[in-house]
Ligand binder design. Structure first.
Ligand SMILES: [Zn+2]
Ligand SMILES: [Zn+2]
Length: 156
């Protein structure tokens, strides 16, 4: 029988932070928020644009972390949070990219391709949750070592 005590020599990854390319702005907004604030809500109707601007204003705007499925072309081409239709489809069908209705678009979509932003992980604040989940070794191997014979009360 082997009573392994867990091997504790697990090397944790290095935890230096990436060199930040974006400066946080001085009001303490994260790069994410700043990016959201600079966002142009194009291809949206007045209502949806208002909604998104409101979200940005109250820091409720959560950028997408990965593309969503467009309800029209069913490709994962929606890159804007809260949108349901990708830009090409919205442009082609002249629909609001968020509510999908045929509304008047406040800021028309640009036909030119968006610059490919390769910011799949825009958040710099890495929360490195250390999970010290050390699995509890079950110390259940008490084999009979012979010290449990209290039953033998010698009553002689
Ligand atoms: Zn589409
Ligand atoms: Zn809309």
């Amino acid at each position: 029988m082997s009573s392994q005590t867990g091997n504790v020599s697990r090397s944790r990854g290095q935890k230096h932070q990436n060199v930040t390319a974006f400066k946080n702005d001085k009001y303490g907004a994260s790069a994410q928020v700043k990016k959201a604030k600079s966002k142009v809500h194009d291809g949206l109707c007045q209502h949806c644009k208002d909604v998104l601007e409101w979200k940005v204003k109250y820091n409720k705007y959560k950028p997408l972390t990965q593309p969503r499925k467009c309800v029209k072309c069913l490709q994962k081409t929606v890159k804007d949070a809260y949108h349901i239709i990708c830009k090409p489809c919205a442009l082609k069908l002249e629909l609001c990219a968020k509510c999908g209705k045929k509304e008047e678009i406040v800021i028309p979509l640009d036909k030119k391709e968006e610059e490919v932003e390769d910011t799949s992980q825009p958040n710099k604040e890495k929360r490195q949750k250390k999970r010290d989940q050390e699995e509890e070794d079950d110390d259940g191997d008490f084999d009979d070592l012979g010290f449990s014979n209290d039953d033998y009360d010698s009553d002689s």
